[in-house]
Design a protein around this ligand. Structure first.
Ligand SMILES: C[S@@+](CC[C@H](N)C(=O)[O-])C[C@H]1O[C@@H](n2cnc3c(N)ncnc32)[C@H](O)[C@@H]1O
Length: 275
């Protein structure tokens, strides 16, 4: 479908930019490290496991899996991300490819991890089905999703600010909701339909770190794809208004420390077993 093709192109082009790859790796570091540990726990990563880390990005999950002794194959469609990952985690094997259609044989891996990758799939049903195909029966999948609209944290604040302050004529190519699988009532049937059983959702109190209240806007503007596409096309006055709004909330609701502010950015880890 043409609309989904545009979405897929926006995602692929966005993540392929070295500046976005680096912006995400640095900006979301604190949250992604914590979640990488949760994902590794969830798949019982250890020396006896060959784990496929999909949407591996800069290798934050791969690094945690390797630290636990697992054999790790990381896959991503962004060459910029793959080169960050190769530099950070020389012990893992990284492949440039599309999680929607992988070249691996059936039942190749003991476990699959996907750190904040499913929200970028043009077709999450298809991506999860493909993950199920390459997993051995009984193998575990664990993937993370940020909590979105209405959540008490940075993504919730961003959606709230965009809803009130953005130019509504600026729109994005149509794609799947990025946060909907954080809801167990939606995650369970979706993940089961892809070939899994025993679906669970666990909350993670993840946080991001920003040097100043103003910098929360920059984190989304320079280190994300969908948000950056929307923010970059706002008129300057609207960008300023959104920046100010996020700064106000960071000041009021973040936790100030010596190096800046910690901002709640809650997420969930969804786990399931290949049936
Ligand atoms: C938000 S980053 C997550 C990086 C890392 N896994 C983490 O936990 O922080 C999303 C990554 O998914 C990759 N990605 C998105 N869609 C993909 C697809 N269809 N196939 C392969 N990689 C994809 C992007 O290139 C990007 O590196």
């Amino acid at each position: 479908m043409a609309e989904t093709r545009d979405f897929e192109k926006m995602e692929r082009d966005g993540w392929s930019k070295p500046s976005i790859a680096k912006g995400y790796a640095d900006g979301f570091e604190m949250a992604t490290r914590l979640v990488a540990r949760k994902l590794s726990d969830a798949v019982y990563a250890g020396p006896d496991k060959h784990v496929l880390d999909l949407c591996t990005g800069h290798g934050v999950v791969a690094e945690e899996l390797v630290a636990r002794g697992a054999t790790v194959t990381g896959l991503d469609f962004s060459k910029a991300m793959i080169s960050l990952a190769r530099a950070a985690v020389p012990a893992a094997h990284f492949i440039h490819g599309d999680a929607m259609e992988m070249g691996f044989p059936d039942a190749r891996f003991d476990a699959v991890t996907i750190g904040f990758g499913v929200p970028h799939f043009p077709n999450p049903d298809r991506g999860l089905k493909e993950a199920a195909r390459v997993l051995k029966p009984g193998g575990i999948i664990a993937f993370s999703i940020w909590r979105g609209k209405g959540s008490d944290g940075s993504f919730g604040w961003l959606f709230d600010a965009i809803g009130r302050l953005a130019d509504p004529s600026v729109t994005l190519p149509k794609g799947p909701d990025a946060h909907v699988l954080a809801d167990i009532d939606i995650a369970r049937p979706t993940v089961e339909k892809a070939g899994f059983v025993d679906v669970k959702v666990v909350e993670v109190a993840s946080e991001v770190h920003v040097a100043s209240p103003d910098a929360l806007f920059d984190l989304f503007d320079a280190g994300a794809v969908r948000a950056a596409s929307l923010l970059s096309r706002q008129p300057a006055s609207k960008r300023d208004a959104i920046r100010d709004d996020l700064a106000r909330r960071t000041q009021a609701e973040g936790t100030e420390g010596t190096l800046g502010f910690r901002v709640p950015t809650p997420s969930v880890v969804v786990t399931a077993v290949r049936g």
